[in-house]
Structure formats: structure tokens, C-alpha cells
Write a protein that binds this ligand. Structure first.
Ligand code: NAD
Length: 368
């Protein structure tokens, strides 16, 4: 038997991505999978129904019809309670399921015997890099944060030598040099800015330097487990505050991306630091998604404080939906390869760390 796969329209407000793009659909239909698409599901990501039909998908009128015929449901955002009701028992559901935010939906999935796997729980191990949707989407967010910062700034990023004089390049400071931060550094450099970057993990120094940016050396090191940072103690936070104040004060643009797994984003830029910045400076705080890195950030809003513009964007990957969907779609394809054998058997090998750690519900049981 080969399986039917559902792609439905993402109805979460401001979500433009689609779980599978036509190129991935073609790969699945070539392997013998049947793919059902809800009419218009790829429209916001600029993939028309016709491109899915050409890739072998069948386009149906509504989500209910698509879900009732499918054994594998691929999503970007968690399904709504109504969508969960429409999923057939014993189906497999894969997406960013956000169990911490929607525990009651996870309970409902278990009750309805839906086998649910969360893309955000895929372990960050080398073998799982091609499935790592947190990284693929963080790269999109980092790129877009730099573009937004350049757009908000009243200054050029590059140095310009013109008949009207020489314009000095902007100074950009990137705080947090994980996947998003490194992409923000690379993009700001490509735009010609002078970039400095700061992280509490010393391991990123070489990566920062290889992108042509300067690593801000601080005596403070806070490496946690698994390649992540740990939360700072109060004493370390005070030390960080002292160290960062001058650096923030001498930059035109600050892009903040710092996160600590399982915690609210660390508060790094305080009001007094913002007040040291020149009027016309810009802060783009992409940690707004998980609290904030800057004390004055208001999620989804652009606000001004003493001439400094601050913006805390939400769901940045959705603002670049064509490529963000393409990358996510490839992550899902690779995950499906792990779950299915030759497209014919759905096989959950719980000895596999990737499947074991990403599973939320299986055969009526909650796994977290
Ligand atoms: P993240 O989103 O958890 O954090 C972003 C950055 O913020 C990190 O670099 C972190 O050190 C930094 N940070 C935290 N607190 C800070 C503070 N107080 N001040 C300054 N910076 C602070 O990180 P991420 O992008 O998800 O990736 C983190 C690391 O995970 C990577 O560098 C890598 O080692 C590992 N990783 C591994 C894989 C893989 O092997 N598949 C994939 C992705 C990431």
C-alpha cells in the first residue's frame, strides 16, 4: 500500500508558508505517494494550484475533504481543534506543533489516536541536519532581520564614495551568533556594513570571523549543553550589561537573536543602553518571538524611543514564504524518508533518537 499525503491551507493569521512545495510533491508522486492539496494552499507562498497539479497532486475543494482521504498530514503551524477533528485516526501528523503553547490540542491528538511528530523537537545532531527545520527557518529569519534593519535605517549600510562626498558605512552589532545571528551577520556584510558580533559561546568566534565580522571578546563564557548557551546568573548579567553598554552605544544598527533553549529569551539591551545610542539608530529584536532581548521591544510593533527605532518582528520566515516553504518542504521530505520504508510502510523505530525525541503522541499515548 502507498500513502496519501495532505497539504492544507495554513489558516493561522499571518502564516504564508505551505508545508510542501510542488518540487517536493513531484518527488513523492514519483515514488507512488498520492498527494491531496486543499485549493489555494500554496497561494500565499506563490505556488499556484496549477504547479501542484503538474507535479501530480490532486486539488480538492476544502481541508475536510483533503484530511479525510489522507494518512499523512503535513503542516507548518499546529492544526486547529476543528482540523484535528477532521484527521482520520491512526494518521501521522508532522509540523511545528508547539506542545508547550497548545497542550490541550496534543491531548486531543492522543485521544483521536493521531500519531504526532513535532519538527521543533528534532534533535540538533549531525545526522538530522537535513531535517532540522529550526535551523532552516532561523536562517530565513536572520537574513530577513538584516534586510529589515537596512530598510528601517536612515543610513546606507555600505561605504559610498560619490561626487557628493564619502559616506561612511553603517556599524551593525549582531547579538547572538547561532543560526539566525550568523545569517544576519553574513547579510549585513554583503550589504557592506561593518559588523561586530557578540555571543556568550566562544565556539562561534571563528565562524563570526570567517564571515568578515569582528568578534566582541568578553571574559564572560556561558556554554551550556548540546552546543547551546546557558542562562546567565545575576552577577553575569550585570557583567554583561557593563560590557555591552559601550558597544551598543557606538553602533547604528543592533540585531538581536539571543536565545537559551527552554527559557524566555535573555534580556540584554536595557533602556539606559538604548538611550546611549545615537538618534536615528535602529534595533531589530527577533527574540520578540520568545519574549525579547531588548527591554523596550513590543512584539510586532515599530516604536521610537529618543530617536531610536525598535522593531520586534514575529514569524519572519513567513515573510519570505517562497524560499522558507522550499526549505521546510525539504526538511519534511527527509523526515518522511525516515518514517516510511520505500513509501510502503510507516515504521516508527523508537530506537532512532530523531523519531523518539520528536514524537508527541503515538497510538493514543502522549509521549512527552
Ligand atoms: P539559539 O537560537 O538557541 O540561540 C541563538 C544564540 O544566542 C546562540 O548562539 C546562543 O549562544 C546565544 N545566546 C544565548 N544567550 C546569550 C546571551 N546572554 N548573550 C549573547 N548571546 C547569547 O541557537 P541556535 O541558532 O538554535 O543554535 C545554537 C547552536 O546549536 C549552534 O551554534 C550549534 O552549535 C548547534 N546547532 C547544531 C545543529 C546540528 O548539528 N544539526 C544545527 C543547528 C544548531
Amino acid at each position: 500500500m502507498s500513502f496519501s499525503i495532505a497539504i492544507i491551507r495554513e489558516i493561522t493569521p499571518d502564516e504564508n508558508r505551505v508545508a510542501l512545495v510542488p518540487e517536493s510533491v513531484k518527488k513523492l508522486t514519483d515514488k507512488g505517494f498520492k498527494v491531496y492539496l486543499e485549493k489555494g494552499a500554496g497561494e500565499n507562498a506563490r505556488y499556484p494550484d496549477s504547479s501542484y497539479r503538474e507535479s501530480g497532486a490532486e486539488v480538492l475543494e476544502n481541508a475536510r475533504e483533503v484530511l479525510s482521504r489522507s494518512q499523512i498530514i503535513l503542516k507548518v503551524q499546529p492544526p486547529t481543534p476543528e482540523e484535528i477533528d477532521a484527521i482520520t485516526p491512526n494518521s501521522f501528523l508532522i509540523g511545528f506543533l508547539q506542545h508547550y503553547k497548545y497542550p490541550e490540542r496534543i491531548k486531543k491528538m492522543a485521544e483521536r489516536k493521531i500519531n504526532a511528530f513535532a519538527m521543533e523537537l528534532i534533535p540538533r545532531i549531525s545526522r538530522a541536519q537535513s531535517i532540522d527545520a529550526l535551523s532552516s527557518q532561523a536562517a530565513v529569519a536572520g537574513y530577513k532581520a538584516a534586510i529589515i534593519a537596512a530598510n528601517m535605517s536612515s543610513r546606507f549600510f555600505p561605504m559610498l564614495t560619490t561626487a557628493a562626498g564619502t559616506i561612511r558605512p553603517s556599524k551593525v552589532l549582531v547579538i547572538g551568533a547561532g543560526v539566525a545571528g550568523l545569517q544576519a551577520i553574513a547579510t549585513s556584510r554583503r550589504l557592506g556594513a561593518i559588523v561586530e558580533a557578540y555571543d556568550v559561546r566562544k565556539a562561534v568566534k571563528e565562524e563570526i570571523q570567517s564571515l568578515g565580522a569582528k568578534f566582541l571578546e568578553s571574559p564572560l563564557v556561558a556554554e551550556g549543553t548540546g552546543g547551546y548557551a546557558r542562562e546567565l546568573t545575576q552577577e553575569e548579567k550585570d557583567q554583561q550589561h557593563k560590557f555591552m553598554a559601550d558597544s551598543v552605544g557606538r553602533t547604528d544598527v543592533v540585531i538581536t537573536t539571543a536565545q537559551v533553549p527552554g527559557k524566555k529569551a535573555p534580556l540584554i539591551i536595557t533602556t539606559d543602553m538604548v538611550e546611549k545610542m545615537r538618534p536615528s539608530s535602529v534595533i531589530v529584536d527577533i527574540a520578540a518571538e520568545n519574549c525579547r532581548n531588548c527591554e523596550l521591544t513590543i512584539p510586532a510593533e515599530t516604536v521610537e524611543h529618543k530617536g531610536v527605532l525598535r522593531y520586534g518582528p514575529l514569524n519572519l520566515p513567513s515573510t519570505l514564504p517562497t524560499h522558507a516553504s522550499e526549505m521546510y518542504s525539504k526538511n519534511l521530505l527527509n523526515f518522511l524518508n525516515l518514517l516510511t520504508k520505500d513509501g510502503k510502510t510507516l515504521d516508527v523505530d523508537f530506537n532512532d533518537e530523531v523519531l523518539q525525541k520528536s514524537c508527541l503522541t503515538y497510538k493514543g499515548e502522549t509521549k512527552i
